[in-house]
Design a protein around this ligand. Structure first.
Ligand code: NAP
Length: 311
């Protein structure tokens, strides 16, 4: 039986509608959440992501402003900008779009963001708050994955979860969220022995690898929930055939655009899984929706009894 498709676009729209309601209530009480986005240089992918983030802010009623330092800017210049944003009370969230140019010390810049305004949840303070289950800001993509599971009534507690990938932005935080949700979690990476065997234990399998269609049906237990975080552009015809042979819609996209987007999970997995997120339209839309949630959360946390500062 074909898997249930977990529609991320629909879930993200629900979340954005909820955030818009909350922003309205806050505005009525005289609080308008504000997000500052820092986009350095002209990375085309980053420009697309930032445009999406600014547009989402407009839709839900969050104030947003974009800062666009040149691609030649220095670490010191970025630190100065972040320091100014940290000080401004009307700014609740600061997002420094990655990647930063090679001459910039990205870690230093991210560390300079006030943890209370760190809507990406990358600051070590927020990493610590997450791992000790205290109120803080959680990275958007992992938070979005948990929202997909919860809103699709997929149990987390007591389940075997396997996360493939251990990056600071996806793999590790999603593993932490699943542990906090009482799953039994295994984290895999490039040195894991018998990866297919470990993955087959999963009731919930999260693939955050960055390798087009690597997770084939051999990795998946019948009926498992599969969350595909990967976003890979396929441009090679042979690779396209391996993944999408016989798929007329994809063929049309590939022919007209010369590429198509694929996750880390092979499309054939939909025949084995119980539920699966599609690419595109799965995890991706949740990332921006959770950024909106985080910005409102940051606004509220900063105005409440200074919970972050008290820790
Ligand atoms: P990353 O930093 O490159 O991490 C990739 C992880 O996968 C690493 O832990 C790596 O292991 C592991 N890995 C690589 N090859 C492997 C293999 N053959 N077997 C087992 N593990 C392997 O990537 P990321 O930033 O976490 O992103 C992962 C994917 O998610 C990418 O496609 C990215 O575009 C996508 N993404 C999507 C969203 C969204 O909004 N949908 C957001 C963020 C990322 P080692 O640690 O041993 O090297």
């Amino acid at each position: 039986m074909a898997a249930i498709i977990l529609d991320g676009t629909k879930i993200a729209a629900q979340i954005r509608a909820e955030v818009a309601e909350e922003v309205k209530t806050l505005a009525a009480a005289g609080m308008r959440p504000g997000l500052a986005v820092v986009l350095v240089g002209h990375n085309p992918a980053s420009e697309v992501y930032v445009r999406g983030k600014v547009k989402a802010c407009e839709e839900v009623g969050i104030c947003s402003e974009k800062h666009t330092p040149s691609e030649h800017c220095t670490t010191a210049e970025l630190l100065e900008l972040v320091a100014k944003l940290n000080q401004r009370d009307e700014i609740d969230g600061i997002l420094v779009q990655l990647p930063l140019p090679p001459q910039v010390d990205a870690k230093k810049v991210l560390l300079a963001v006030d943890p209370a305004k760190d809507v990406d949840g990358f600051h070590p303070m927020n990493v610590g708050l997450l791992s000790t289950q205290r109120p803080g800001l959680v990275p958007c993509t992992p938070a979005g994955i948990v929202e997909i599971l919860k809103r699709s009534n997929i149990a987390i507690a007591g389940q075997e979860a396997v996360v493939v990938g251990r990056s600071d932005i996806v793999g590790k935080p999603v593993a932490m969220l699943l542990i906090n949700g009482n799953a039994t979690v295994t984290v895999c990476h490039s040195k894991t022995r018998d990866l297919p065997g470990v993955c087959r234990r999963a009731d919930i399998l999260v693939a955050a690898i960055g390798r087009a269609g690597m997770i084939t049906r051999d990795y998946v237990k019948q009926g498992a929930t599969v969350i595909d975080v990967g976003m890979n552009q396929v441009t090679d015809r042979a690779e396209f055939e391996r993944l999408f042979a016989g798929n007329a819609k994809r063929e049309e996209t590939f022919r007209t655009k010369g590429s198509t987007l694929v996750g880390d999970v092979h499309p054939e997995v939909a025949q084995v899984a119980g539920a699966i997120t599609p690419v595109p339209g799965g995890v991706g839309p949740l990332t921006i929706a959770m950024l909106m949630t985080n910005t409102v959360r940051a606004a509220k946390l900063r105005r409440e009894s200074g919970e972050l500062a008290d820790v």
